[in-house]
Design a protein around this ligand. Structure first.
Ligand SMILES: [Zn+2]
Length: 80
């Protein structure tokens, strides 16, 4: 498939962590979705299961600052 990387940037389908691992990326960038908080963090996702998807991670993340459940989760493309 010629457009693999652009497809990874879209959250229109369940995307397992194993996809980003195939590119050598183990870290994810998490951004609190509470509009009054916007805490963000770089997390090492290498301990998470291969089959967990970004959609699931977004629902499960709990902010350590404001206790908000739900966050924007992306591949940290600039980190290895
Ligand atoms: Zn927060």
């Amino acid at each position: 498939m010629a457009w693999t990387i652009p497809n990874l940037l879209l959250h229109d389908k369940p995307l397992p962590l194993s996809e980003q691992r195939a590119f050598g990326h183990t870290k994810i960038f998490v951004y609190c979705s509470n509009p009054g908080c916007h805490q963000n963090a770089l997390i090492d996702a290498s301990g998470f299961p291969d089959e967990i998807t970004f959609n699931e991670l977004q629902l499960r993340m709990v902010c350590t600052v404001c206790d908000h459940r739900g966050a924007d989760v992306r591949t940290a493309w600039h980190e290895r």
